[in-house]
Design a protein around this ligand. Structure first.
Ligand SMILES: COc1ccc(NC(=O)[C@H](C)Nc2nc3c(cnn3-c3ccccc3C)c(=O)[nH]2)cc1
Length: 326
């Protein structure tokens, strides 16, 4: 890669720790180096004796296994990883949990959508795809993302954990599986309720509590586009709807059930977002902010602005529609 991690200025390294980071300004080759910088600046290289060439090979193997689809592509992997990285610094998590758990969280984010085909679990199950068959309809995509991650990690030249003890590797494998499987949105309510239940008595020295927190952190990172500045977030919604419309077009062609919020004849940008922000994003982000109050300003305030923006857009569309019918 033409940009070595040494060339990344101190200013960019600080910017990389904030949720305002704009992924659209960077080439994939530069993003590869920024991912490497995250492992370096969290001291994973020294703490876990990760060789730089193995880390570069790992990141390149990951890069090759993300597909060129509108939303669940390598740039999405970077956005989720960069948000996770920003949350780790904003919440000062390094002072609260072991670095091995931080390594699990960052690596899970890097790998969480590996080889995503652009068709969600409902499609996999309804179309009886190979993945649905292999995983018995149980989170087929997330099981696949995780299996591909460990295919990459099984190869010595890309196994960034190869200098860890067997116990450490076992703990990392268990943690990454838990985190990646937690990104299945059909489990959203289950996981959020588990977190709500332990919040009043949250204890960082309790492994079960830490496990739920790690799952919440990757879930927040995964769907956090609207926490970013509008000029960064809005293009991501266009990409998401493109992918959703591709899927619903295929479902119509194949006579499969069509998911309502993916149907290009039913969905508008504001309609998909106002509901999502009010009923999915806010409840999740507010719970995490209950544990880390500083997140209120960093991720909840931007989402409030996004809700206002899409609510206004929704009203404007309504007025336009009424004018047309009069
Ligand atoms: C409970 O399961 C759900 C709930 C909501 C949704 N998605 C939506 O409501 C709509 C389409 N909007 C939406 N969905 C989003 C965003 C970010 N990720 N994301 C998404 C993408 C793929 C699968 C699931 C989700 C939530 C976003 O900003 N907006 C999808 C699954």
């Amino acid at each position: 890669f033409h940009m070595s991690s040494l060339e990344v200025s101190e200013e960019v390294r600080q910017y990389l720790k904030t949720p305002t980071f704009d992924n659209w300004q960077w080439e994939d080759s530069e993003i590869m180096v920024l991912l490497q910088v995250m492992y370096t600046d969290l001291d994973f290289i020294s703490t876990f004796n990760i060789e730089l060439d193995v880390l570069q090979y790992f990141l390149y193997e990951v890069y090759k296994r993300y597909n060129n689809i509108p939303f669940h592509n390598f740039k999405h992997c970077f956005c989720v990883t960069q948000m996770m990285y920003g949350l780790i610094w904003l919440t000062d998590l390094r002072a609260k949990i072991d670095s091995i758990d931080l390594l699990i969280m960052l690596t899970s984010a890097v790998c969480h959508d590996l080889d995503h085909t652009g068709y969600n679990n409902a499609y996999q199950i309804n179309a009886r795809t190979e993945l649905a068959l292999r995983y018995n309809d149980i989170s087929p995509l997330e099981n696949h993302h995780c299996a591909v991650a460990f295919e990459i990690l099984e190869k010595t030249e890309s196994n960034i954990f190869r200098n860890l003890t067997t116990d450490q590797y076992k703990r990392i494998r268990e943690g990454i599986i838990k985190c990646i499987l937690a990104t299945d949105m059909s489990r959203h309510t289950e996981i959020l309720n588990r977190f709500k239940a332990i919040l009043p008595v949250f204890d960082f020295s309790n492994k079960d509590h830490r496990d739920v927190l790690m799952m919440i952190m990757i879930k927040v990172s995964d769907i956090s586009n609207e926490a970013r500045p509008m000029e960064v977030a809005e293009p991501w919604l266009d990409c998401l709807l493109q992918e959703f419309f591709n899927q619903s077009d295929m479902e119509k062609l194949e006579g499969l059930p069509v998911t309502p919020f993916m149907d290009r004849d039913k969905v508008t940008k504001p309609s998909s977002q106002t509901g999502f922000i009010r009923f999915v994003l806010f409840p999740l982000f507010i719970e995490l902010a209950n544990l880390f109050p500083c997140l209120e300003h960093h991720i909840i305030d931007p989402v409030k602005k996004a809700l206002d923006y899409y609510t206004e857009m929704e009203k404007a569309l309504e007025r336009e529609k009424q004018n047309r019918t009069q």
